[in-house]
Design a protein around this ligand. Structure first.
Ligand SMILES: Cc1ncc(COP(=O)(O)O)c(C=O)c1O
Length: 478
């Protein structure tokens, strides 16, 4: 091909393909909102089959990338479908499909102001707005990073910087740092602590109550035990919406405990902090305003594509202590707290201008859209729980606090086996997508109601579908 690069950069080809792509995506969205039975939520394929397909595809010439995109779509799980009730992935708002094209086109670097003038400024505006919603004072500030996992790691690094000098000196001989966290916390907290060299003994998992909330009555005992073992506790972490059950810890009690012992209080609000937008649900995050840091995934309950995560500090200046390193080619002075040079506070150097998604939603639909989304899907959680309780064939694992509901079919005999089998059949059939989890050592079905357009009709259908599948599994009973 002559002038391959000139052709690849052709604006006219882009214009033509771009129009075609928008039509294709609009058709997908239109179909998702009507939700034809004929289209599967997930076209499940075994990984080996999937690999064989793409290994063959990989060698084929491609005249039009639209053919590839259609193929990718047809073979992917479709999170905009009303029967998608699986993991906490949001059906991204259509306007963010447009902002995604902007982000990719502008391809801002973000690490320094010159490479992300608008993006760095929007991060300040949006995180300070969110901080206010969470109940913080004007002193709070934050930035956007790529995912809750990285956000939680960064917050724990800040916690460590607040009480040790290990960023400069490494750990002293015999120094044993530890964090206190609910046993139901997302695995990324455990992983972050291990990355920081705390090892398994540095992650102190506090048991939960029957609602899967951290037992704050045990905090003192676990803390004293750690001290007696020569550990230095650097942080207590509260969960505002656990991944498995959507449980909110008692943040006020954790705040009181942290303040009493002068410990860094971090909240993993990746899923549930946006309850702040709803007068009806904001009581769930009471006490969050006393946390030193909080993580909020815009890409979960605030309807943006992944990854886009706010990390907010109660005292904005704390964020600058995490990564105090020289990078002369990026900024001349390390000590100054220049909010506009993103790389000073973030683990990332180059990073997507993902803040544009939430900013666009906010400007287009107002903050009310976040309130409506929370109230719709959290309300659906309560309604679904009521349907489960009303059906004698099902058992509800706990009273849900948000849009995450765990339950199981009360099959006779080996319930674990039957429920795992039900979930496998549902996955392979592809009409619905739901997941499973382990609670108290037992297998449960798990749904996250992420799509505000899902209705009670689809949820009734899901229960019926599960009952039919359970009936077909009589060989596993007894
Ligand atoms: C409560 C909680 N924290 C952290 C994470 C990790 O966030 P991310 O997937 O954005 O890295 C998740 C992801 O599901 C989560 O549910």
């Amino acid at each position: 091909m002559e002038n391959r690069l000139e052709q690849a950069y052709s604006a006219e080809t882009f214009r033509r393909q771009g129009h075609e792509l928008i039509d294709m995506l609009a058709n997908y969205l239109a179909e998702a909102s009507t939700d034809k039975e004929s289209v599967k939520v997930t076209p499940w394929q075994h990984p080996d089959q999937q690999l064989a397909y793409w290994q063959e595809d990989f060698r084929k010439p491609l005249a039009n990338p639209l053919d590839l995109f259609q193929d990718v779509m047809d073979k992917s799980i479709q999170v905009h479908r009303k029967r998608y009730v699986g993991h906490q992935t949001t059906p991204s708002l259509p306007v963010t499909i447009l902002s995604s094209a902007m982000v990719a086109t502008l391809n801002q670097g973000m690490g320094v102001y010159e490479m992300g003038m608008v993006g760095n400024t929007l991060e300040k505006v949006m995180t300070e707005f969110l901080a206010q919603k969470l109940g913080y004072s004007q002193e709070a500030s934050g930035f956007v990073t790529s995912g809750g996992s990285l956000g939680n790691l960064t917050a724990l690094l800040a916690a460590r910087a607040a009480s040790t000098n290990s960023w400069e000196t490494g750990y002293e001989e015999g120094q044993k740092l530890a964090v206190l966290v609910s046993e139901e916390a997302h695995y990324c907290i455990d992983r972050a602590a291990r990355i920081m060299g705390l090892g398994t003994t540095g992650i102190i998992k506090v048991p939960v109550n029957e609602k899967f909330q951290l037992r704050t009555d045990l905090l003192e005992q676990y803390y004293q035990q750690a001290i007696s073992e020569g550990k230095q506790v650097i942080s207590v972490i509260g969960c505002a919406g656990t991944t498995s059950t959507g449980s909110y810890d008692d943040l006020e009690a954790i705040a009181e405990f942290s303040e009493r012992h002068n410990l860094w209080f971090h909240v993993d609000g990746a899923h549930g902090a946006p309850a702040a937008f709803s007068p009806k649900y904001k009581h769930l995050i009471k006490g969050m305003e006393r946390a030193d840091s909080v993580v909020v995934d815009y890409h979960k309950m605030m309807m943006t594509p992944s990854l886009s995560t706010a990390l907010i500090f109660r005292r904005g200046s704390d964020a600058y202590k995490t990564f105090s390193q020289r990078a002369q080619y990026l900024w001349s002075e390390q000590e100054t707290e220049d909010w506009y040079n993103g790389g000073k506070r973030s683990f990332e150097c180059t990073k997507a201008m993902s803040v544009l998604h939430v900013y666009t939603i906010f400007r287009t639909y107002g903050e009310e859209v976040f309130q409506e989304n929370i109230e719709r899907v959290y309300g659906m959680g309560t309604a679904f729980a009521a349907m489960i309780k009303a059906n004698p064939n099902f058992e509800l694992a706990y009273e849900p606090q948000c849009n995450i509901v765990c339950f199981r079919h009360k099959a006779e005999g080996d319930q674990d086996k039957v429920n795992k089998e039900i979930r496998r059949l549902v996955l392979e059939e592809g009409r619905f997508y739901m997941v499973q989890t382990i609670l108290n050592g037992q297998s449960y079905l798990h749904v996250s109601l992420m799509n505000p357009l899902t209705s009670e009709g689809e949820l009734q259908e899901l229960l019926l579908d599960i009952e039919e599948k359970a009936a077909s599994l009589t060989h596993l009973l007894g």
